[in-house]
Design a protein around this ligand. Structure first.
Ligand code: NAP
Length: 249
């Protein structure tokens, strides 16, 4: 029997790469999407294949409507319909007060974090919906605890985009539940990845981690565990739900 196909957006590093490795071990055919860093994505694929599991990668900028459509069409032709999707790709920009940010910056952040996620969900629906000849499926959208606390003085626009992901995921989950598709959200807190360097403070997790109830930052693998559980049949009665992986933040 062929393995279920799992597409992970932004799977070349960080939380996406940790999820890809764990998912491959658990029997998925993992398709890793990346935007710019082909070397890292290919390395994740090579590591998985070297372990005897199945993975491929596909380049597409999920903030680009045409590229998302082409990516899904390519995957369908090459490997078939996807049964699982992790909308993990996300971006932030340099830390600053919201009053100093620009509409162009808000557009860039929302185009990837919100509209990219929404379009991938729409495409996945075509593959998964029982009413479209699919077999159902599971989607996990990676949001952030920033959606809850608002990220003042650092990333208010990013936090707002994750708030939109939360609301979208709830509504979409309730719409497609009757089509055999479960949609859930994982909201990481402070996790050791390169995203913080992109925001201008590579040591951010070390700075804030000790102030959290669990007194440390999290590992990408700890987020991957929650994602994998929500993708699996072990969470068969969960949809429209949220798991916070933030050390008590
Ligand atoms: P990361 O290390 O910065 O990795 C992000 C990945 O997303 C990169 O591999 C990047 O691909 C990809 N990506 C960015 N824009 C893309 C686009 N337009 N199309 C396709 N791929 C794109 O991030 P991370 O920390 O693992 O975060 C993963 C998710 O968790 C994000 O949604 C983030 O908002 C969320 N999150 C992270 C934290 C944290 O503390 N790290 C906390 C809360 C939430 P390329 O390298 O190829 O460009």
């Amino acid at each position: 029997m062929s393995k279920p196909i799992l597409l992970i957006t932004g799977g070349g590093r960080g939380i996406g790469a940790a999820t890809a490795k764990r998912a491959a071990e658990q029997g998925y055919h993992v398709v890793i999407n990346y935007k710019t860093d082909a070397t890292s994505a290919n390395k994740v694929v090579a590591d998985i294949v070297a372990s005897g599991d199945l993975a491929d990668c596909v380049q597409a900028d999920i903030s680009d409507v045409e590229q998302v459509a082409q990516m899904f069409s390519f995957i369908r032709k090459k490997w078939g319909k996807i049964q699982a999707l992790v909308n993990n790709a996300g971006v932030l920009e340099h830390q600053m007060r919201f009053t100093d940010t620009t509409p162009a910056r808000w557009q860039r952040i929302f185009q990837t974090n919100v509209f990219g996620t929404m379009q991938c969900c729409q495409e996945a629906f075509q593959d998964m919906a029982i009413s479209r000849g699919g077999q159902g499926g599971a989607i996990v959208n990676v949001s952030s605890l920033a959606s809850v606390y608002g990220s003042p003085n650092e990333y208010v626009d990013y936090a707002a985009s994750k708030g939109a992901v939360d609301s979208f995921s709830k509504g979409f989950a309730l719409e497609v539940a009757g089509d055999g598709i479960r949609v859930n959200v994982v909201r990481p807190g402070l996790i050791y990845t390169d995203m913080h360097a992109d925001g201008g403070e590579a040591e951010r997790v070390d700075r804030i981690g000790p102030t959290l109830p669990l007194q440390r930052g999290g590992k990408p693998e700890e987020v991957a565990e929650a994602i994998l559980w929500l993708l699996s049949d072990k969470s068969s009665y969960s949809t429209g739900g949220f798991i916070d992986v933030g050390g008590g933040r």
